[in-house]
Design a protein around this ligand. Structure first.
Ligand code: ADP
Ligand code: MG
Length: 686
């Protein structure tokens, strides 16, 4: 057997691959032989048969062969090349609207042509528009395997991709790494066999299962990819244990003092997660824990307790919030809770003057500030801590694609606590989030009255206005949320301002406030403070109030054009009410008659369910995992072949096999990781 090239051989080391070609392949994420091997076809052409013209069916992709009996360039109605191809059974028109002189030359009368294309019934009988054609000798053999069609990029032809993938398939070493028992038990073929089957399927293959990707060959690669992801996540998790972080002894004094002052007792669930977090913080390696709990489940107090454990040990803690409004609220709350314990809470805000800001930064740098609160954006800038032990990231799902936090400490990393009200569906938590530890608050504080949700057509606006007035006259407060207008921020601003003016005119006796994303932080703050102290009764807002805002006296929320919002977003918004003892409701106003079927289905989910988990699951099904991936920090292996929904069984298998492999065959695990981590640049570099 000829010696094979290692799969990680760089394209630049392969004769015949020009720098220009390398550049184009790089655009597809291909940098070595392995990349070529794992560049899998999107579809296939069946060039293994020649179909007699009489047997063609409209809509079918087919290969025909025959003699050109007539060819002419027509100029009306538009310039086109029309050829008639004849075999023993009939004739077919080949039509080209764009063509080169070279094509005219080869498609001339008398040529024997093999054409592949989609058959249509045209004015002249059967025809193919822009078929792929080549001149052949009459007895040229047909292809033995289906022809793969690859995802490609500008300037890179299928022919070139096909050639180089075939080269890789022939030249690269594709040794089996996994013990046969593992894949055979799952009914999967060997690695090399799978690649051959996928790139060059035999003529008699079940094409449907290949293209729908539940063919065993495809599943084998999906499994391998999932296994690599599981191995890498486990490794990630393991490596973290070897990084240093301050070991924080349990806090007796401060936490006890805080709890004694609270007007409520912690729920069972809060106590449990607080213990889990407290335990992690005692370890000398960095915690990376996700604290999940539905809107209003009381994550903030748990965060405060974690911060106190750091502070009591003489370290600093930081809380990052996605918006200024939320940062301000956290600051208020932490001041209320922690100032009486003699703790210095600092906050960084976009509205601070330069001088004040500098003073804050200084107190953070010299360690005077024990707890520091600000928006995520502010922490991305240069903030130097004296002794940071714990970084808490609130409402993490709102951050969009995370950059790695630039909060590294000298000689170790801070512990990290991420908090999210958006539960992560099981398939995601088993895959992309598998390296995180998760705590769940699965219980709401007692005494909450469930929010009654109603779907109301815009035609019944009058009734809704009455409800608002009534609630405010009874001493409670209300939110009026204006629609999200993604296309135009200016239009959104106009809408919210007009709504504000209209409501003010409608309710001269009410004190109405207005808050939106374009206001300066200080303005926003003033408005929010006025609302939380009850000075204003009705707050007109854009979705800036989506997260975290906590005004227990607000018992009514009206959301306009609810059909435009994401499900999790609606759930978050709705969570702003129902925080006090008063009976609360949320009115989803929709434009009657203009609601699509899907919009209706989505509103129904929100209407019927108050369970954040069920809603997130539905949202995932509707929108795909992109949204949730926003929660992840970069550096997590993205899946290219496996699909978490379709391949859920393989995911389960990969999870248990990863553990087994690491324990029993560490060398195979290492090789498998090298194979799969080597090919995609974005895979974790640990
Ligand atoms: P979220 O998990 O959405 O961030 P918060 O931490 O803002 O929720 O808590 C929501 C409200 O519930 C706050 O007003 C908070 O003070 C209150 N709260 C938290 N825990 C309890 C509890 N155990 N009993 C009663 N109220 C609580
Ligand atoms: Mg919160």
């Amino acid at each position: 057997m000829a010696l094979k090239l290692p799969a990680n051989t760089k394209l630049s080391d392969i004769k015949g691959i020009t720098p220009a070609l390398q550049g184009r392949l790089a655009k597809l994420g291909i940098s070595n032989l392995q990349g070529l091997l794992l560049h899998l076809p999107l579809r296939y052409l069946d060039e293994t048969r020649i179909v007699p013209i009489r047997e063609l069916r409209t809509g079918e992709q087919a290969q025909v062969q025959g003699e050109i009996v007539h060819a002419e360039v027509q100029y009306r109605p538009r310039k086109s090349l029309i050829c008639r191809l004849k075999d023993e059974t009939g004739q077919l028109v080949l039509r080209f609207l764009h063509f080169y002189p070279s094509q005219v030359a080869s498609l001339k009368e008398g040529s024997c042509i093999r054409a592949f294309g989609e058959v249509r019934g045209g004015f002249f009988g059967w025809e193919m528009v822009h078929p792929q054609c080549r001149k052949v000798a009459e007895d040229t053999p047909v292809a033995e395997a289906l022809t793969p069609l690859y995802p490609t990029t500008a300037g890179l032809s299928q022919a070139s991709l096909q050639k180089w993938v075939a080269f890789a398939l022939q030249q690269a070493a594709m040794d089996e790494i996994l013990p046969a028992a593992i894949y055979q038990h799952l009914g999967l073929p060997a690695f090399a066999d799978s690649l051959h089957q996928l790139h060059h399927p035999a003529a008699n293959v079940d094409l449907a299962s290949l293209e729908s990707r539940d063919h065993p060959a495809w599943r084998r690669l999906a499994f391998d990819e999932l296994l690599a992801q599981q191995l890498s996540m486990r490794q990630h998790h393991e490596r973290r244990k070897h990084q240093g972080a301050p070991a924080l002894a349990p806090s007796d004094k401060l936490i006890t003092a805080l709890l004694r002052r609270l007007p409520f007792a912690l729920t069972q669930a809060q106590q449990r997660v607080a213990l889990e977090i407290g335990h992690d913080l005692q370890q000398a390696h960095p915690m990376q824990r996700l604290l999940q709990g539905d809107v209003g489940s009381g994550k903030t107090i748990v965060a405060a307790m974690a911060a106190l454990q750091a502070i009591e040990n003489g370290w600093q803690a930081a809380i990052m919030a996605p918006t200024e409004i939320l940062a301000e609220q956290h600051y208020q709350k932490m001041q209320d809770w922690l100032h009486p314990l003699g703790i210095q809470v600092a906050w960084l805000s976009g509205s601070q003057g330069k001088k004040e800001r500098r003073a804050m930064l200084e107190s953070v740098a010299n360690g005077e500030a024990q707890l520091v609160i600000g928006t995520h954006a502010l922490f991305q800038e240069h903030v130097v801590f004296q002794r940071l032990a714990l970084a808490i990231v609130d409402e993490q799902h709102r951050f969009g694609v995370q950059q790695r936090l630039s909060l590294r400490q000298k000689g170790g990393q801070p512990h990290q606590l991420m908090m999210s009200a958006t539960p992560i569906p099981r398939t995601l938590s088993m895959s992309y989030f598998a390296d995180l530890d998760v705590s769940v608050i699965d219980e709401l504080p007692p005494g909450r009255t469930p929010v009654v949700t109603r779907l109301v057509s815009d035609a019944r606006r009058e009734e809704v206005l009455e409800r608002v007035q009534q609630a405010c006259m009874e001493g409670r407060q209300a939110y009026w949320v204006c629609p999200l207008i993604e296309e135009s921020e200016a239009l959104q601003l106009q809408t919210v301002t007009e709504t504000f003016e209209n409501l003010q005119a409608t309710f001269p006796e009410l004190r109405v406030g207005l808050v939106h994303g374009r206001m300066k932080p200080a303005e926003k703050q003033a408005v929010m403070t006025a609302f939380s102290t009850g000075e204003t009764q009705l707050l007109v807002a854009t979705t800036v109030i989506e997260v975290g805002v906590d005004v227990p006296n607000a018992s009514l929320m009206v959301i306009e054009h609810a059909e435009r919002m994401g499900l999790s977003q609606l759930h978050q918004l709705r969570g702003r009410v129902g925080r006090g003892a008063a009976k609360s409701s949320c009115i989803l106003l929709y434009q009657d008659g203009r609601l699509s079927e899907t919009a209706r289905a989505r509103l129904k989910i929100i209407y019927e369910s108050s369970d954040g988990f069920a809603i997130a699951q539905a949202d995932l099904a509707l929108r795909g995992p992109g949204e949730f991936m926003g929660v992840r920090q970069s550096g997590v292996p993205m899946l290219k072949i496996a699909d978490l929904e379709r391949d859920q069984d393989l995911l389960e298998a990969a999870r248990s096999i990863a553990a087994e492999l690491l324990a029993r065959e560490p060398r195979a695990a290492e090789m498998h990781l090298a194979r799969w981590l080597g090919h995609a640049e974005e895979l974790v570099k640990v």
